[in-house]
Each structure stands twice: as structure tokens, then as C-alpha cells.
Design a protein. Structure first.
Length: 207
């Protein structure tokens, strides 16, 4: 007989706990490195990129994206014509938590300046107003769900943190949908101003 303590309560005859299943496996599809790049694009069928019905969910991971321009935001847009154009209507929401290094400011707030309402502008993701100092960057991830589906709109969720120009930490949450029932076959990332000076973006498929 084995006894396991759970919240200080004894559980008799417990020999093992079931494993957690259904979380999915990540398959690395493509990793790109920014170096003074105006944009970074992932186009289905180009440069070994897969962005089709192979996977029902895709995740982009951003590692230390460093802007050339101070207080710039990382943004994205989608394409339904393999990157010939980017600018599909997006409706979204954005909120953030922030805290200054000198403790002069701390807040949890909805940011109406970073959401979109049926706009074809690029959507801000991750932490906002990233500084361009030597140690400034933003990192995080974005989920894109079932982009090749031709019945439903295309949902996305992102979260990321940055060291902004304050200096302060900004923990940003963006979510919404790309309002098209056409298959999305390309995603482009860029800064709201200037180039991506450095950093990597990796695309994974979820099995």
C-alpha cells in the first residue's frame, strides 16, 4: 500500500497518476533570423514554409526581437494570396500590465490604441514600445488557429513581454480574428517604425 499526500490529506492505494495528454507536439517548420530586416514573412510553399491544412494550429515564437527605432511595436498582418498583399480586416482586443524599473508606475489596463475594429492595419502583438537600447527587446508567442479553414474566421492569440524605452516591463496580450473565410497562406511581421535590427522568429505546427 502506498500513501500519497495531496493538500496534506492522505490518499491510500495510490500507485500512479495518469499522464497529461492532448497537449500536442510541436513540429519546427521554419526559423528566420532578423538582421536589419524591414519585415519577416512566412509564405506557404516558399523556403520550406508550411502554412496550410497540414496542421490545425500554428505557433510563432519570437526571441529577443530588437528594433532599430526606439519605442516601436512588433506587428503582423495576413495574406490570402501567398504574400502578394497583406491587409485583411482584423477585429481584436489588447491589454497590458506594466511596471517601471524605478517603481514610479504600475498598471493593468485595456489599450484601445492597440486594438482594431475591422481594420486592415497591422496588428500590434507582444509588449509595446520596445526600446532600442543595447539590452532592449521583446519576446513571446502567437497562436494562429486553422488558417486554411474556408468556413470560419481565423482566430489568433498572442502574449509577450518587452523592455520598453521607459525603462519598464510591458506584458502585452492581444487576441482577435482575421475576418476572412478564405485560406490564409502567408503571415508577415514588421515593426511599427523602422527595421527589426535582430532576433529570431520560429514557426511550429501543432500535431
Amino acid at each position: 500500500m502506498s500513501i500519497v499526500k495531496l493538500n496534506n490529506n492522505g490518499v491510500k492505494n495510490a500507485t500512479a497518476f495518469g499522464s497529461i495528454t492532448g497537449l500536442g507536439n510541436l513540429i519546427l517548420i521554419k526559423k528566420q533570423t532578423a538582421s536589419g530586416s524591414a519585415s519577416v514573412s512566412f509564405v506557404d510553399g516558399a523556403s520550406s514554409v508550411v502554412l496550410d491544412n497540414t496542421y490545425k494550429e500554428y505557433i510563432f515564437y519570437f526571441n529577443n526581437i530588437h528594433p532599430a527605432t526606439n519605442s516601436a511595436n512588433l506587428q503582423f498582418q495576413a495574406s490570402t494570396n501567398t504574400g502578394s498583399s497583406y491587409g485583411i480586416a482584423i477585429t481584436s482586443t489588447y491589454f497590458q500590465a506594466q511596471h517601471a524599473e524605478d517603481d514610479s508606475e504600475a498598471a493593468l489596463e485595456y489599450d484601445s490604441g492597440s486594438d482594431l475594429a475591422q481594420s486592415t492595419n497591422f496588428q500590434t502583438i507582444l509588449g509595446k514600445e520596445v526600446g532600442n537600447g543595447n539590452d532592449n527587446s521583446t519576446s513571446g508567442f502567437m497562436h494562429l488557429f486553422d488558417p486554411s479553414n474556408t468556413t470560419f474566421v481565423k482566430h489568433f492569440i498572442s502574449r509577450g513581454n518587452c523592455l520598453d524605452a521607459g525603462p519598464m516591463t510591458r506584458d502585452g496580450y492581444a487576441a482577435g480574428y482575421v475576418n476572412t473565410t478564405s485560406a490564409i497562406d502567408a503571415i508577415q511581421f514588421k515593426m511599427s517604425s523602422g527595421n527589426m535590427d535582430a532576433g529570431t522568429i520560429s514557426l511550429y505546427g501543432v500535431v
